[in-house]
Write a protein that binds this ligand. Structure first.
Ligand code: PMP
Length: 284
C-alpha cells in the first residue's frame, strides 16, 4: 500500500506531498506538532494530545486550521488510507506560507500536515534490559512547554546520545536539575519508594505519557512528587525510567556509564510499564 499524506486540504501520495519553500515552519520553525500512537487501529490518548495541540497553537497565536471534529476525521482518514493498525499519526501545524519576514504576516492560512505510518514494535531488549542515558546541558529556549517544531537542540542531543551508545540524553538546566530527555520525560524512584518527575513547568514538555503514568501512580496509591531532581540524586535512586508516546516506559539502568542501583530494570518501573502498556491496549 503506497503512503498517503494530508497536506493543506489534499490527500496526496507521500512522495509528492510538499509545502511551499516559504512556509514559516521551514523558514522559522514557526509551528507545532503532535505524535499520537495508534494501537489496534485506535488513537491512544487522543483527547490529551488534542488539548496539548490547542494549547501549543494558542501560545504561538496560530489559529487551528480546522475544527477539532474535522481534525479527528482527517486523522482517521489518513490512518485508514495508510492501512495503519499499529503505528503513529504525525500532525503538524505551521503559521503558513508567506514572504519571509519575522513578524506575523497579515493574511496567511495555517498549514496542516497529517501523516501516518506503521511502526514495528520497539526492540523487546529495551523493555527487558532497560536503556542507558547520558547527561548534557539543556541549551534550549525557555518555552519547552510548547510542542514546537524547533527541535535542533533536541536533534543534537539525541545524536550525542547515539554516538555515546546511549538511547537518550537527559538535559540538565543551569541549576543542575534534570529537565527531560530530548524526546522523553525523565523519572526516578527514590530509595524510600517515591516516584519523582519534574513538574510540568516551562522547562519541559507536558508529556501525554507522563500524564497517563501519573494517573496510574495515583490510582495505585503510590507515593509521588512532582519536583526537579539532580543527576547525583538519579544515580543514588532505586530506579529510573523515561516515558514517551513512541518509547512508552523504559527503565534507565545507567547514567553517563554509571549503573542505577544494580544496573537492572527496577520492579516498580516494570509494574508501571505493564500498566501503561495495558492502558494503551498493547499486548503485555
Ligand atoms: N519531552 C520532549 C522534549 C518530547 O519531544 C516528547 C515527545 N513528544 C516528550 C517529552 C514525551 O511526550 P509524549 O509522552 O506526549 O510523547
Amino acid at each position: 500500500m503506497s503512503r498517503i499524506a494530508y497536506v493543506a486540504g489534499q490527500y496526496l501520495p507521500h512522495r509528492r506531498a510538499a509545502v511551499h519553500i516559504e512556509d514559516r515552519g521551514y523558514q522559522f520553525a514557526d509551528g507545532v506538532y503532535e505524535v499520537i500512537a495508534v494501537v489496534a487501529g485506535k488513537l491512544v490518548d487522543e483527547e490529551p494530545h488534542i488539548v496539548r495541540l490547542k494549547r501549543s497553537v494558542g501560545e504561538l497565536r496560530i489559529p487551528l486550521p480546522m475544527g477539532e471534529a474535522a481534525l479527528k476525521i482527517v486523522m482517521r482518514e489518513v490512518i485508514r488510507r495508510n492501512g495503519v493498525d499499529n503505528g503513529i499519526v504525525y500532525l503538524q501545524v505551521t503559521r503558513g506560507a508567506a514572504p519571509r519576514e519575522h513578524a506575523f504576516p497579515k493574511s496567511v492560512k495555517p498549514t496542516l500536515v497529517v501523516t501516518a505510518k506503521r511502526t514495528k514494535p520497539p526492540d523487546p531488549k529495551y523493555g527487558r534490559d532497560g536503556i542507558a542515558v547520558i547527561t548534557i546541558p539543556d541549551i534550549r529556549w525557555e518555552r519547552c512547554d510548547i510542542k514546537s517544531v524547533a527541535l535542533v537542540a533536541n536533534v543534537l542531543g539525541k545524536q550525542q546520545a547515539r554516538e555515546a551508545g546511549a538511547y537518550e540524553a537527559w538535559q540538565v538546566d543551569r541549576d543542575g536539575m534534570v529537565t527531560e530527555g530530548t524526546s522523553t520525560n525523565a523519572w526516578i524512584v527514590t530509595m524510600d519508594g517515591a516516584v519523582v518527575t519534574r513538574a510540568a513547568d516551562n522547562a519541559i514538555l507536558s508529556g501525554v505519557t507522563r500524564l497517563a503514568v501519573l494517573d496510574i501512580i495515583r490510582a495505585e496509591g503510590l507515593q509521588f512528587s512532582e519536583r526537579p531532581f539532580t543527576v547525583t540524586e538519579a544515580l543514588a535512586a532505586r530506579e529510573a525510567f523515561l516515558t514517551s508516546t513512541t518509547a512508552d516506559l523504559l527503565s534507565v539502568v545507567s547514567i553517563d556509564g554509571k549503573p542505577v542501583a544494580n544496573g537492572k530494570p527496577g520492579l516498580l518501573s516494570e509494574k508501571l510499564r505493564s500498566a501503561y502498556l495495558a492502558h494503551t491496549g498493547m499486548v503485555v
